[in-house]
Each structure stands twice: as structure tokens, then as C-alpha cells.
Write a protein that binds this ligand. Sequence first.
Ligand code: ADP
Ligand code: MG
Length: 141
Amino acid sequence: MKTLQRTLTIVKPDAVRKNAIGDIIEQFEKNNFRILCLKMLEISKHQAEQFYAVHAAKPFYNSLTDFMSSGPIVALALEKENAIADLRKLMGATNPANAEEGTIRKKWGASIEHNAIHGSDAEDTAGFELSFFFAGYELAK
Ligand code: ADP
Ligand code: MG
């Protein structure tokens, strides 16, 4: 049975600085993701730490949360069948050097940290991440 799934994606500060918002959103639409909601915002260091709490023990946590709070980002709630895995595929590997041709990270990523885009990796993290950026009434559609 085909079931719709929702996922949270972020156009990261590096991609916003490169004027890549439009190109990345075009990829979502061309690949049949429905955009449920989107917002451009800046998050604080503390908010970035909460969002990436799962990585708190990693050596890159401090640098990652500095980066994610370094400028505007665009958060989007996306919907399609198999949205979580399909978005991860469209994003490409975490390290852009290993990302496949045609992926967003291949095109826009500069390094393993400055890799242009975030995407939820599982249903439970998608639930947490969607509600981190969007209220229930915004997702009720
Ligand atoms: P993904 O975003 O592909 O799910 P992870 O969840 O492992 O990757 O890591 C979250 C983010 O942390 C990455 O997108 C990247 O910005 C950053 N990151 C991951 N690994 C490293 C690393 N080894 N050095 C610096 N930054 C990293
Ligand atoms: Mg991840």
C-alpha cells in the first residue's frame, strides 16, 4: 500500500549564501514533493544545539551548530510517498565528495560540514524535526 510520508528539510546557510534556494526548491517540485509549508529564518546557537542534540557527543557538534546559526536558513515540510528515503537520495551523501551526480549536495555542497541541505533520516526524527520548525496548525493540511 502506498502511504504518504512527511519529512523536514533545511536549505542550510551556505546554500542560502550561494543564492541556491530557488534551485533547491525546484528540485523538490520536479521530484514530486509537495511543499506543505516553508519558512526562512535564523536560528540561535542554542536552537541549533537543540535541533542537533542527537550529535551532541560528536567532535563536529560545536562547529556544526556555529555553522547552522551563522545566517538565514529555509525550513520546509515536504510530503510524498516514501518522502524520507527519496529526499535522502535527492540530497546525496553527507560528504559532497562522495555524492552522486545529479544530487543537491554534489551540486551545492562544499565540504562534509557545508553540505547545503539537511533531511530527516527516519520517521521518528522527521516527527521531531517537523514539530521543531512548524506548529500543528501549519502541518494540518
Ligand atoms: P546527514 O546530514 O547526511 O544526515 P549527519 O546526520 O551524520 O549527516 O550529520 C549532520 C550534519 O553534521 C551533516 O549534514 C554535516 O553538516 C555535519 N557533519 C557530519 N559529519 C561531519 C564531519 N565529520 N565533520 C564536520 N561536519 C560534519
Ligand atoms: Mg542526519
